[in-house]
Write a protein that binds this ligand. Structure first.
Ligand SMILES: Cc1cc2nc3c(=O)[nH]c(=O)nc-3n(C[C@H](O)[C@H](O)[C@H](O)COP(=O)(O)O)c2cc1C
Length: 225
């Protein structure tokens, strides 16, 4: 390639980079756990995790990848429990903070003015009251990788804020103002572009599902067509 990368005319041309963790976007979540790796009182703690993923449907399972050096790593190893707290825009500043401070030296719940509450089916790990949706997880396997340990876990309970259901009792996560993470930056989720299977949906289904989005947007901006 010659010239500046931004001037390249063939948009499908690629530049080779060294192998790196550039899978993007990913969710960013707050993991809550509790344990006493120092032998002191069990302390509730929070760790921000971007390397989280859905890995199985029956039973529902997630994975989180956590460095051995994290305080929360020892806590999760001890109790084999954690709660995945989805992050909305209101929780974002606390989420960033919990990703740069260790629970070894501070109480992150107190520092962020977050409320630890009993999580359904968890013996020890609390959930974050301020999160719109929480997944109670029981660790089934720990896979040691060179830099991180991969915790595989079964989701044994899900709790959702009631106002995320519409009048037809459908879960409307589009209303949750969830946050995504891409290459070091946080983003709000924007406009709905389609839905699962929209590329092959019948025209009436397409119109019904996409109209739902249009009417939502119109409510917010009455001048938009
Ligand atoms: C956006 C973001 C994503 C992060 N993702 C991970 C992750 O996936 N795994 C991990 O081990 N640490 C991750 N971290 C770093 C931990 O959250 C951070 O080291 C935290 O202070 C550990 O807290 P602890 O010592 O109380 O466990 C992330 C930090 C940020 C800000």
């Amino acid at each position: 390639m010659t010239g500046h990368p931004e001037d390249v005319i063939n948009k499908n041309e690629k530049i080779s980079l060294k192998p790196s963790t550039l899978l993007t976007p990913v969710p960013v979540v707050l993991i809550s756990c509790q344990g006493n790796p120092d032998g002191a009182q069990p302390k509730p703690n929070l760790i921000t995790v971007a390397w989280a993923g859905t890995i199985n449907s029956e039973p529902p399972m997630v994975s989180i990848s956590v460095r051995k050096s994290r305080y929360s790593h020892a806590q999760i190893m001890e109790t084999r429990e954690f709660v995945v707290n989805l992050v909305d825009q209101n929780l974002l500043q606390a989420t960033d903070f919990c990703g740069v401070k260790s629970g070894q030296s501070i109480d992150k719940f107190a520092a962020c003015q977050l409320t630890p509450i009993v999580a359904e089916k968890m013996q020890i790990a609390p959930a974050v009251a301020e999160s719109p949706l929480t997944l109670s997880c029981h660790v089934t396997q720990v896979i040691e990788l060179p830099s991180h340990d991969l915790f595989l876990a079964e989701i044994i309970a899900v709790q959702v804020r009631p106002n995320l259901f519409d009048r037809e009792n459908r879960l409307r996560l589009d209303r949750a103002k969830l946050v995504a993470y891409a290459h070091g930056d946080y983003y709000s989720l924007g406009q709905q572009l389609g839905f699962f299977g929209y590329s092959i949906a019948r025209p009436e289904v397409l119109q019904k599902r996409m109209n739902r989005t249009i009417s939502k947007t119109t409510k917010k901006n009455p001048h938009r067509r």
